[in-house]
Unconditional design. Structure first.
Length: 297
């Protein structure tokens, strides 16, 4: 079985420059047949995957959550196995994947309208924190402080919206601070939104935080960072395999780091949809044993 490394050179502020020589050295040393492919302006991750759709390889996404999301769209329905080399700024999906058993794992994926996701789809202040990062990355704020800066920026800009929610377990209409649909556990650069998510149970974990005074929003986000928000006042959790959302205006839904804009969303879980290859020892060799917060913690 061949290893295909699909590399996003724009992710992680150039981390790939250190990673590529490690791929070449380690694969040669361990007699692994491999190819290195690069995402370019004219060649997306989706385009590259299409070249391998009739094969059976381990396809490694080398980049961040956005790179992985792009590649996922074309891996679904093929015999290829998905692997992840965390080389972006957040790497939240890998935080969940590395908790899977070592080796091949048959896992569930979510689907929002026509977009597949492995990890988390969300809207609300938490999603806007992630979306506002794009504005702040162009500033002189250190990368280690980007998420904290985005929390403060979003706090002042955030406006509540009313949403209709329909599921097979409950239906309601309310204004919200947070609405997160989770297959995985982490988002926003390490926020532990769903501590007990299981990517193999055929269910999505839904976290809904009611509208609240703004003064209480930052404490909620700080609790969320450590996974301590569960069971807190105004935070509701339930599990389902299907959810329908309707709003009066278009919103931005953050889907594994990608933006989906609409005012209606249908979200389902697809049980045992793809295989994920988890080899933490191999990944750590590739990234040079790096263990900082932005990569594999």
């Amino acid at each position: 079985m061949k290893y295909i490394f699909i590399i996003n050179t724009l992710a992680g502020k150039g981390k790939y420059k250190r990673i590529v020589p490690n791929i070449e050295n380690i694969c040669s040393k361990e007699n692994i047949e491999y190819e290195i492919r690069y995402i370019t302006e004219k060649l997306s991750g989706k385009d590259i995957i299409k070249e391998y759709k009739n094969e059976e390889n381990i396809i490694y996404s080398v980049g961040g959550d956005g790179t992985l999301s792009n590649i996922l769209q074309e891996i679904v329905g093929t015999k290829n196995i998905l692997g992840v080399i965390p080389a972006g700024s957040g790497n939240d999906t890998y935080r969940t994947i590395k908790k899977l058993p070592q080796g091949e794992n048959l896992v569930d994926i979510g689907k929002v309208n026509n977009i597949y996701f492995i990890n988390v789809a969300c809207t609300g202040i938490d999603a806007e924190v992630g979306n506002n990062l794009d504005k702040l990355r162009k500033t002189k704020i250190p990368s280690s402080q980007l998420y904290n800066a985005s929390i403060i920026y979003t706090f002042f800009k955030f406006k509540f919206k009313k949403i209709k929610i329909k599921t097979n377990v409950k239906n309601f209409e309310d204004s919200y601070t947070i609405l997160s649909i989770c297959n995985g556990g982490f988002y926003g650069g390490g926020f532990n939104i769903s501590p007990k998510s299981d990517m193999t149970d055929g269910l999505l974990e839904i976290y809904f935080a009611e509208k609240m005074p703004k003064i209480k929003m930052i404490p909620l986000l700080l609790k969320l960072k450590k996974g301590k928000h569960v069971g807190k006042k105004r935070v509701h959790k339930f599990r389902t395999n299907h959810i329908e959302l309707k709003l009066e205006e278009d919103i931005v839904f953050n889907v594994d780091g990608e933006k989906l804009i609409d005012n209606e969303f249908i979200i389902d879980i697809i049980p045992k949809a793809i295989k994920i290859y988890n080899n933490e020892e191999f990944v750590n060799k590739i990234i040079g044993g790096e263990k900082n917060e932005n990569s594999i913690n």
